[in-house]
Design a protein around this ligand. Structure first.
Ligand code: FE2
Length: 290
């Protein structure tokens, strides 16, 4: 059987596409990510990120739930104090920005609906590939937090065809600055848990996990160090993680998820729902520029 990317994804649960973007293209996206980080929300707005209970916790959840059609900022836990003051170098305080960069930001839109992405979707056999969400991940030196082992389908449930993540390293991703780690072949082990919408006693929508996260043996993970410009395709069911970045090097990445819209059920329980301002647009037919 030829070693096509479709076969590799089916076999391993991930595919490494070297030189998906040139260094200059990565630099354009890095500049865009750094520009966004220079326009942080005001201190008043930032207090909602620091809350662990009460009304502000609900505001924090609402902020997340409403980020589907916005360019919203998410801070590292260790970057803010209880008053919303930034306690680290401000240029390193963000965890990520999401979830509609692909719709609202001309540069991210251009790369998301590119010919290269179309080609990969065709090679993977997508009929109606649609972009559901996008994120700019900072993984800043010293503060970039751990991402615990998970399957993306926990958060973005579709069946029978799983979502596929495009994860593009904008800088070299090494073991030192917390590259991705995967459990090769784990996509064949079903959906391990789900995050679903549930109304609480006050009628607010809250997100709850249906079961605890499984414990995955450390020894089952394989690091995927990649060079700047590499795209890693991530099967929705493959278990992956990344460590706290304790190095002095950042590890910026741009990532987005493609879902199949034809003959495929998108769960109404997912936090992310298609909206008037956030349509899941077809990669094959959506122009790069509006
Ligand atoms: Fe993930």
């Amino acid at each position: 059987m030829p070693d096509t990317i479709r076969n590799q994804l089916e076999r391993d649960g991930y595919v490494i596409l070297e030189d998906f973007l040139s260094r200059a293209e990565c630099d354009e996206l890095l500049d865009a990510g750094r520009d966004l980080a220079r326009n942080l929300p005001s201190k008043h707005q930032r207090t909602i990120f620091t809350s662990v209970d009460g009304e502000k916790k609900q505001m924090k959840e609402d902020y997340f739930m409403k980020s589907n059609d916005k360019i919203s900022y998410f801070f590292e836990d260790s970057a803010l104090d209880a008053n919303g003051d930034i306690v680290v170098d401000p240029k390193f305080c963000l965890n990520k920005i999401g979830h509609a960069l692909h719709l609202l930001h001309p540069i991210f839109r251009c790369y998301t609906y590119s010919e290269r992405v179309k080609t990969v979707c065709r090679e993977l056999g997508f009929r109606v590939p649609c972009v559901a969400q996008s994120m700019y991940i900072y993984k800043n030196p010293g503060v970039g937090g751990e991402v615990i082992p998970h399957q993306d389908i926990t958060y973005l449930h579709t069946e029978p065809i799983p979502p596929i993540g495009f994860w593009i390293a904008l800088e070299d991703a090494t073991i030192q600055n917390s590259c991705l780690w995967v459990v090769r072949g784990s996509h064949k082990s079903g959906v391990h848990r789900r995050l679903v919408r549930s109304p609480d006693k006050d009628g607010n929508i809250i997100m709850v996990y249906d079961k605890p996260n499984p414990i995955y043996p450390e020894s089952s993970f394989l690091p995927l160090p990649v060079c700047k410009g590499t795209c890693i395709l991530i099967h929705g069911n493959v278990v992956h993680k990344s460590a706290h970045n304790r190095s002095d090097m950042s590890r910026h990445a741009y990532t987005f998820h493609i879902i199949e819209k034809q003959n495929n059920k998108y769960s109404p329980d997912n936090w992310l729902q298609e909206g008037e301002n956030a349509p899941f647009q077809n990669v094959y037919t959506t122009p790069q520029i509006v």
